[in-house]
Design a protein around this ligand. Sequence first.
Ligand code: PGA
Ligand code: ZN
Length: 437
Amino acid sequence: MTGSISDITARRVWDSRGNPTVEVEIATAGGARGRAIAPAGASRGTREAIDLRDGGDKLSGMDVQHAVANVRELIAPALVGLDATDQTAADRAILALDDSALKDRLGGNATVAASLAVMHAGAAAKSVPLWRHCADLAGAEPSLPLPEIQIFGGGAHAGRRVDIQDFMVMVPGATSFDEVMEITSEVYRAAGSLMGQKGNLAGVADEGGWWPIFDHNEEALETLVRAIELAGETPGDRVVISLDVAASEFGSQGRYRLALEDRELGRDELIRLLGRWLDDYPIMSIEDPLAEDDRDGMQAFTREFGNRVQIIGDDYLVTNATLLEEAVADRACNAVLIKVNQAGTVTESLDCLRAAKSAGYGTIVSARSGETEDVSISHMAVGFGAAQLKVGSFTRSERMAKWNECLRIGDMLGAGSFVAGQPLATTTWAHKAKGAA
Ligand code: PGA
Ligand code: ZN
């Protein structure tokens, strides 16, 4: 069996924040190789797989020697001899060592790097591009996703300088992926020059978006609308706005503290505020509008706005099929972010993706704020047939590598692989949700 895993190595490498992370490299008996690196989040959901960190004084406790050792000593012996093309069997072997949702024995950083490395080795063993192998695993038709691209960073990615975490644009009106890149680049430049002129530019945030100095959260929306106009576009026409509120970062138990504006909002007040933004700005997608523990809030928000805007669960769903199914039953959210390191393995991520697709939920493959040169997610987004891809902003090579990889894949896929005018996930529950009344 040429795909038989013969050798696994793990090493410590470094991510875009200069933090240590885990890289795994796999070789098969037939000479195929696969390599992958674990990403790392900063605004993490409490129910997602943990990154195993060593603690202590060195490197602020962020070292990953235990996770690297877990790959070498526990995961490697369990994978040797398995077929790299059989992702399910490989992930099952990893889960036999640690099937906890949090992966707190092995570390999600160890499991995800190993699982992704198997996926790369599987593609190499089949001599097909990674996106093709991903499509085989997902049983999906490959297509280029619509990008969601950050213009300003906030929240945990910009010293909490604004409360809302991501102010992004999407270009559903573009006719090609390349056109999305060009239009976004113009908007990004326009935003930077506007902010520079007004003195509200502090630098660049964790995902490459501008690090703003704003007095209130809405100033970011106003500036973004002006930037879209300065780029020669009509806001809400080809270019729309997408927000990641990441509300778990500033609220729990139905109370939300907007530190920038020095005020605390109840659940209903936050819903009203966001509802007004949906009325006043061309926002087509909103992620984690309420906190991960605010089931009532997420249900109420979806009830009110789910038929006109995409509502994504990130911290709320943590790429977990069971939580996704609960949300479907609850009629909460209408789309899910797929972050492979939240689940901990490719197979668990695919379980969530399948559950989402069968419920009619939108699917958005996403990077983390701590990233590397690893471009696995570009291939996953294409191969899994995900509607969208979110990898941060339009600067810094750990971000651009993923956009550029999509351009290369697009050339392989040929014309028609980017669906222009792609509708975003919105639902009227009556006809989309499974079991809806
Ligand atoms: P994280 O944030 O990678 O820092 O957790 C990204 C997101 O919330 O989408
Ligand atoms: Zn998020």
